[in-house]
Design a protein around this ligand. Structure first.
Ligand SMILES: [Zn+2]
Length: 296
């Protein structure tokens, strides 16, 4: 996550919050990761069941439900309680998905799989990383360590694949850069006689420790980021949500108890444009530093 975005007013507030979190000692950050948030309905059969910052989504169908993401290890019990408090059964989860193989989104997938017996599906390029618990993460060329419980993938997904259940048809979109297998999902849902294009979009942020011009385990990282922003800017979801609450200003546009309103989830395009600029700025900075290494 980066902290120098200054384009979108709505994003500034939440990124400011994240900047504070990043400056806190590890124990305080740990608390942020475990901070809870009341679950709620986003649109139609899509519900927010995640933590305060790390988003998890439940998609309900007559043939069982789909869960996208957990939070960090230890958040599974909160997510289960959230699902039950909405009146759904955890045992009805038939498919588990994740948007990318980082510990803060797949931390308790292994546990959810054990409890539900659901099939776990992941974009093929992130499969090795979830299956070794994060050890092969490209960010650690010197050798990574396990950051979450490894989990076996039942189906490897590719760009353009479909994940279908009970009349819901998710399109898998490969949006690499943040990780090699970063994934978004789109689908159409009808609610109250109206049709909504839903985008559950992984915003393509650059991790703090990543150098775009020096990523030995991810040589295509620059091309991947650039093409992902192009692809994401062609999408125009009526409802745009993301893997992190602050990426779509969840807490700025929704407060617990607010009435159901599927039309509030706007701001997608501005968020993508802001991150694209951040990527371009970092790339230009790194290239300038490489040209003039002695000038600082
Ligand atoms: Zn991540």
């Amino acid at each position: 996550m980066r902290r120098n975005v200054s384009v979108v007013a709505g994003l500034m507030v939440v990124i400011g919050v994240a900047a504070v979190a990043a400056q806190q000692p590890p124990a305080a950050r740990e608390d942020q990761n475990l901070k809870t948030f009341p679950p709620f309905r986003i649109v139609g059969n899509l519900y927010y069941v995640g933590m305060y910052e790390h988003a998890s989504y439940l998609i309900t169908t007559p043939e069982g439900n789909i869960l996208i993401n957990t939070g960090v290890p230890g958040t599974g019990k909160t997510i289960r309680a959230n699902i039950e408090s909405l009146g759904f059964k955890v045992s009805d989860i038939k498919i588990l998905l994740a948007m990318h193989a980082h510990w803060d989104h797949v931390g308790d997938i292994a546990e959810m799989k054990r409890i539900t017996g659901a099939k776990f599906m992941m974009e093929e390029k992130d499969v090795p990383v979830v299956e070794d618990g994060g050890v092969s993460d490209y960010r650690f060329p010197g050798g990574g360590k396990q950051t979450f419980e490894p989990v076996k993938v039942d189906r490897a997904l590719k760009d353009g694949d479909h994940v279908t259940l009970g009349g819901t048809d998710l399109t898998v979109l490969h949006h690499p850069g943040h990780t090699k297998g970063t994934t978004s999902f789109t689908y159409t849902v009808r609610d109250n006689g109206k049709s909504y294009n839903v985008g559950i979009i992984n915003m393509d942020t650059i991790n703090d420790e990543v150098k775009l011009t020096n990523a030995p385990l991810y040589p295509n990282i620059i091309q991947d980021f650039a093409s992902t922003f192009e692809k994401q800017l062609k999408l125009n979801p009526d409802v745009g949500v993301s893997a992190h609450a602050h990426h779509y200003n969840l807490h700025g546009i929704y407060k617990p108890g607010d009435p159901y309103d599927p039309n509030r989830w706007k701001g997608y395009r501005e968020a993508v444009l802001a991150l694209q600029k951040e990527f371009q700025d970092q790339l230009a900075k790194e290239r300038a530093e490489q040209k003039a290494p002695s000038s600082r």
